[in-house]
Design a binder for this molecule. Structure first.
Ligand SMILES: [Zn+2]
Length: 368
């Protein structure tokens, strides 16, 4: 029975891929987008990227965050400049605050975290096509030899030479064995379990994990390092670039018990950016942001700090009804242009909307 359901899933995936491929290469994306806008309504789409790696880098073996290769990123930017108007996040906020009818083909480009490859691979292409973009940086790791906590966890797992380890913590048991798929699952689950801890507790656990996995260092490989301040300053000089805050330590704000500590994550990152760049950042992006993680208190603190908006990771379009401190974004982590093009046209939104409707109907019928 399980074998049959796996095969059905594989067939559905294949049909979907062929369908996407056909829609893209027969130039039906535009019509599809018009149809989706008619159903779901229009708005501005904000894209969220993380990493752009060199075509020859084997960074995928070392990195936790999703990424595009440089040539695929260039293809996507070329496609976007041909089919959309790319505006800055500041312009997007202005439009959302205004009364004018929102266009359907406006796109905003943002990057989260602050990896150095943003400067080496993404920025030259954005600059070549004269495309505005916002880079949200977690200031604690910028200009250091450290990386963000989840990258360090990835580094530990990818560097261990131990073949079998049992990790007992937080009431759960995780097994690190020989199977590659199971290893990746364990890594994901351990990272997930660390995500919900407060920063202090999380750091202790990462130290313990490093010892348990017999790894001497979790420092990043040169190709995975974070931006230096010189690189941030150079990008900031470009009028098409905005530098925004992504907190200090990339902690989920709801995991931090003290309001003063949350304030330090928000306002502390603002002050560091201001000190380094000589002007205040106006834009904020919430790590792992969704409705549960970014609450009214966080919204107020981001507002009090002086940020004009905050980006979340909830997906969808932004319109006049969208909370400016919970802007929706569409994550781009695929190298396939046709898939990204359809996603940006709204295919992801429509399938989420259908899924939600089905689960509501099923939920209602169960209750009823
Ligand atoms: Zn992030």
């Amino acid at each position: 029975m399980i074998g049959i359901s796996i095969s059905i899933h594989k067939i559905i995936r294949l049909i979907k891929r062929v369908l996407y491929f056909c829609v893209f290469y027969t130039n039906l994306v535009h019509f599809l987008q018009i149809a989706i806008s008619a159903i779901l309504g229009g708005g501005i789409r904000i894209l969220c990227f993380h990493r752009v790696i060199g075509d020859d880098d084997k960074s995928s073996q070392r990195s936790y965050s999703g990424h595009l290769t440089r040539s695929k990123f260039e293809k996507l930017i070329k496609y976007l400049t041909k089919h959309y108007k790319i505006i800055s996040l500041e312009e997007c906020v202005q439009l959302l605050r205004g009364n004018r009818r929102l266009p359907t083909r406006f796109i905003v480009i943002t990057f989260d975290d602050g990896y150095a490859d943003n400067f080496y691979h993404a920025y030259p292409i954005l600059s070549q096509y004269r495309v505005p973009a916002t880079f949200f940086i977690s200031t604690g790791a910028i200009g250091t030899t450290d990386s963000l906590w989840f990258q360090r966890v990835y580094n530990i797992f990818s560097r261990t030479s131990l073949e079998s380890v049992t990790i007992d913590w937080l009431g759960k048991t995780f097994t690190w064995g020989q199977d590659v798929k199971a290893r990746s699952k364990t890594m994901g689950e351990v990272t997930k379990s660390l995500k919900v801890l407060c920063p202090e507790e999380r750091e202790k656990r990462i130290d313990a994990l490093r010892e348990l996995m017999a790894v001497t260092t979790d420092k990043p490989h040169e190709l995975d390092r974070m931006l230096s301040w010189e690189e941030v300053i150079e990008m900031d000089r470009d009028p098409l670039v905005s530098i925004g805050s992504h907190t200090v330590t990339h902690s989920i704000l709801s995991t931090i018990p003290e309001e003063s500590e949350v304030w330090r994550e928000i306002y502390g990152s603002l002050c560091t950016i201001e000190q380094e760049l000589g002007h205040r950042p106006k834009l904020f992006s919430d790590p792992n942001g969704n409705d549960q993680n970014f609450n009214k208190l966080h919204e107020r603190l981001v507002n009090d700090a002086g940020f004009i908006c905050a980006c979340s990771l909830a997906s969808g379009l932004n319109n006049h009804g969208t909370n400016i401190y919970k802007l929706k974004r569409t994550c781009i982590s695929s190298n396939a242009l046709y898939r990204n093009a359809l996603n940006i046209a709204g295919v992801g939104d429509i399938s989420t909307s259908i899924r939600n409707k089905i689960s509501r109907i099923l939920g209602n019928s169960t209750c009823g």
